[in-house]
Ligand binder design. Structure first.
Ligand code: SF4
Length: 188
């Protein structure tokens, strides 16, 4: 699979530690996308599912966040990955720029493996600065009970943005609070 980046342990997506995997490549072209460098379908680096599983298990996390980019563009690989994660009882949160209807029509099998899906394109004017969706047009659906008690955090929680500096490169993890724009502008 082509991946853009990953973070071994994050607490930006709920109470428990999560591995965050940003999948490379996206065609949605949302206005004001903050991950433009991850849209290129040929960018990023290739990693096998075996390598990813190894990294995830080493991280000793409770769950995995699949984001991007658009994870569903590499559907076959993502399906294998979520199947393996589920076998090991890891929670899975999926972000996709496709609508829930698109997912049901074209990618429905993945819904059997994940706990939460956050679907729909990012619309800047509908970004209310709250919770784990980028903008309020995006749908959050809990497909299992696993994260249901954190429902309020998903919709309305204070956003957490983790900032990592490694080898002089700065990377961000989490859904940016509204006042974080200044950080992104500074990084351009
Ligand atoms: S779906 Fe995400 S990565 Fe793709 S263009 Fe929209 S905001 Fe950017």
């Amino acid at each position: 699979m082509r991946i853009a980046n990953y973070k071994e342990i994050s607490f930006a997506f709920g109470k428990t530690p999560k591995f965050v995997l940003w999948v490379q490549g996206c065609k949605h072209n949302c206005k004001k996308c903050i991950a433009k460098q991850w849209q290129n379908l040929e960018g990023g680096e290739k990693k096998s599912n075996e390598d990813l599983i190894k990294l995830i298990f080493q991280s000793k996390v409770e769950g995995v966040v699949l984001s991007g980019g658009e994870p569903l563009l590499q559907y076959e690989d993502i399906l294998i990955l979520v199947d393996l994660l589920r076998e090991h009882n890891l929670g899975i949160i999926l972000y996709t720029g496709f609508s829930k209807k698109d997912v049901e029509e074209n990618y429905s099998k993945i819904l059997d493996f994940i706990d939460v899906i956050i679907s729909g394109q990012y619309i800047e004017s509908k970004n209310n600065g709250r919770g784990l969706r980028g903008s309020t047009n995006q749908e959050i659906e809990f497909l299992t009970n696993r994260y249901l008690e954190e429902k309020d955090f998903f919709y309305n929680g204070n956003r957490i943005l983790e900032i990592d500096i490694k080898n002089e490169a700065v990377s961000f993890c989490g859904i940016p609070p509204l006042d974080a724009n200044i950080l992104f502008q500074a990084g351009k």
